[in-house]
Design a protein around this ligand. Structure first.
Ligand code: FE
Ligand code: FE
Ligand code: MG
Length: 188
């Protein structure tokens, strides 16, 4: 008979093998806002990060057009950053006694920024889609900063680190976009 692993969906939050509440009790008590609400906000960002990761990762595979080597290198770097962000956010969710969104299907129910399929592999289209995604991420993390400021310094610090990356991502993509425009339209 095949042994089936216990289904993680049945795990209650703040659960351990004895069934006692044990996770980060003091750490959670210093959070000056509704912890369940905070976990909900973090899970929306978590879904965003995975969708952003996949959008970059697949875009890098499909990219075609001028300066595609430079574009692919940047998209792959950002794909790795977004997965690292998913890692950071999920660690914080677990620290707070929550459960990260359990299925890829549910990413769509939680996401703020959605997913733009790289249907058109032309580099300029990919860059436009990903710039839009970064601008959404910047808006989301900026509002998370406002929500956690003076209420949860640990989440605030994590959000600030991620926001710094997203601001850098937007600028990297816009610089590439500018180089491509110069190459295509300035021939003297
Ligand atoms: Fe990110
Ligand atoms: Fe980003
Ligand atoms: Mg970059």
């Amino acid at each position: 008979m095949i042994k089936v692993r216990p289904h993680f969906g049945t795990l209650k939050k703040s659960y351990n093998h004895t069934g006692d509440l044990h996770m980060g009790t003091k750490g959670r008590s210093i959070v000056g806002m509704d912890v369940d609400e905070l976990i909900g906000i973090l899970n929306r960002a978590f879904a965003d990060e995975w969708l952003a990761h996949y959008q970059y990762w697949l875009g890098a595979k499909l990219a075609k057009g001028p300066m595609k080597d430079g574009v692919i290198a940047e998209l792959l770097q950002h794909a790795a950053d977004e997965m690292r962000h998913a890692d950071m956010v999920s660690n914080r969710i677990i620290q707070l006694g929550g459960t990260p969104v359990l299925t890829p299907k549910a990413w769509y129910d939680h996401t703020n920024c959605g997913y733009d399929a790289p249907e058109d592999p032309y580099v300029r289209t990919l860059l436009e889609q990903n710039i839009k995604g970064e601008q959404c991420a910047i808006t989301v993390y900026n509002s998370m900063l406002a929500e956690t400021r003076e209420k949860d310094p640990v989440t605030y610090n994590m959000v600030l680190q991620i926001l710094q990356d997203e601001v850098e991502h937007e600028e990297d993509l816009q610089a590439l976009q500018e180089d491509i425009e110069l190459m295509l339209h300035r021939r003297s």
